[in-house]
Ligand binder design. Structure first.
Ligand code: SF4
Length: 134
């Protein structure tokens, strides 16, 4: 069952993701290519609730690969950029900020959750989340 997030919580997750990831996208010129659907909307705007649900419903891990199945299931499967065969050209070209910065996306969502629930920040509790998918 999908996690119930309040409108106030969603505002917090959205703001933290925009601050930490979209700023990098803009800095490196990715904001021109990071877009979902015909309108080219920001994937954090289109997928916010499903993305937060995917991350928080995955048991915490130091391996980013452990978060990928839920993100593919809850986010990418309902994304207009992915076709029926599960292929996403944006992902394949590293044009999706949500996917390209997945380590930072996961850390941001877990840190925001901990802040909202008054726990020490996730990133300070464990070693840095690793990109290793092997
Ligand atoms: S990786 Fe592709 S399918 Fe997944 S959110 Fe990004 S654009 Fe959408």
């Amino acid at each position: 069952m999908a996690m119930q997030l309040t409108p106030v919580e969603l505002v917090e997750y959205r703001r933290d993701l925009k601050d930490r990831i979209c700023s990098i996208c803009r800095k490196f010129g990715y904001d021109d290519v990071c877009g979902v659907g015909a309108e080219g909307e920001c994937p954090f705007d289109v997928h916010l609730a499903r993305l937060v649900d995917a991350v928080l419903s995955t048991p915490r891990s130091n391996l980013v690969a452990d978060y990928v199945p839920k993100i593919r299931e809850l986010v990418c499967a309902s994304c207009p950029n992915q076709n029926e065969q599960g292929v996403c050209k944006s992902r394949d070209r590293a044009y999706c900020g949500l996917d390209s910065f997945l380590v930072l996306v996961v850390q941001t969502i877990e840190d925001t959750y901990d802040r909202l629930h008054a726990r020490p920040a996730a990133s300070s509790q464990r070693e840095t989340l690793r990109q290793n998918v092997a």
